[in-house]
Write a protein of this length. Structure first.
Length: 214
C-alpha cells in the first residue's frame, strides 16, 4: 500500500471515530528497510520514522539529519541500558521505556549528551513473559521513578498487543491507563489494526509492512 493510501485510511478512521484527522500521527516503521526507502518516504512528505535497533537507525538516519531538520525519529525496540547514550544522541522519542534502571540510565545519558528525548512507557498489556514492557501492576511505580527520580519527559504510553488476540481490548486498556496518568500520547496500532487503535484513542500509529507491501 502506498503512503498516500495509508494516510487516506488514517483520515477515514479518524472521521469514523469522530476525531480530527490531525489527531493521529503516522510513524513509518523502516526497520530492515534501506536508506533509499526512507528517502523515498521523505520525498513524499513523511517526517516521523520508527526503528527498533540503535545501530541500524544511526547508520540510516544520522546522515539524513542535516538535510531533514524536521525529522522525528522514534525508538520502538527494546533498549539495553548500555545503548542508552547512543539512543539519547539519536532519537527524538523513546517509546520503550519499561524499567526503572533504564529510566536512570536515560537520565545519566541525557546529562552527558545535553539532549533530552521525550519518552513513552511501554506497557506489556498481554502480560507476555518474552515481551518488553512494564506490567500493568508496576506501571504507576515506574511512572513515579521516571518523573520524580529520573526527571524524564514522559509523554504517554505504548503497547504491542499479543499476536493472534483481538487487539481492541489491549487498546482500550492502554487508553484507560493513559487517562489514569493524564498522559496525552498513546502509541498503538500497526499495519493490521491501526484503524481499531484509532477508534480507541491512538495518537500515534506505527506502520511498517503495509507501507512496503508485505
Ligand atoms: C515492526 C514494528 C511495527 C510495525 O509493524 P507492521 O505490522 O509491520 O506494521 C510497529 N511497532 C513495533 C514495535 C514494531 O517492532
Amino acid at each position: 500500500m502506498s503512503l498516500a493510501s495509508i494516510r487516506a485510511r488514517l483520515v477515514d478512521a479518524c472521521q469514523e471515530a469522530g476525531r480530527a484527522p490531525d489527531a493521529v500521527a503516522l510513524v513509518a516503521v523502516t526497520k530492515s528497510r534501506s536508506q533509499s526507502a526512507v528517502l523515498d518516504l521523505i520525498a513524499q512528505g513523511q517526517k516521523i520514522f520508527g526503528e527498533n535497533r540503535v545501530a541500524e537507525a544511526a547508520a540510516k538516519f544520522a546522515p539524513l539529519r542535516a538535510n531533514t531538520p524536521d525529522l522525528e525519529l522514534h525508538m520502538i525496540g527494546q533498549l539495553q541500558t548500555n545503548k542508552a547514550r547512543d539512543a539519547v544522541r539519536l532519537f527524538d522519542v523513546i517509546e520503550t521505556l519499561d524499567r526503572p534502571r533504564l529510566a536512570l540510565a536515560l537520565r545519566a545519558a541525557i546529562d552527558k549528551e545535553g539532549r533530552a528525548p521525550a519518552c513513552l512507557l511501554q506497557v506489556n498489556t498481554g502480560a507476555e513473559p518474552q515481551k518488553g514492557g512494564v506490567s500493568v501492576r508496576d506501571l504507576d511505580a515506574l511512572y513515579r521513578v521516571a518523573v520524580e527520580e529520573a526527571g524524564l519527559n514522559i509523554r504517554g504510553l505504548m503497547c504491542i498487543p499479543p499476536a493472534g488476540e483481538p487487539a481492541a481490548a489491549h487498546f482500550a486498556l492502554l487508553h484507560q491507563l493513559g487517562n489514569n496518568l493524564a498522559l496525552p500520547v498513546l502509541s498503538m496500532g500497526m499495519s493490521a489494526d491501526f484503524d481499531v487503535a484509532i477508534r480507541h484513542g491512538a495518537t500515534h500509529i506505527r506502520v511498517g509492512s503495509a507501507l512496503f507491501g508485505g
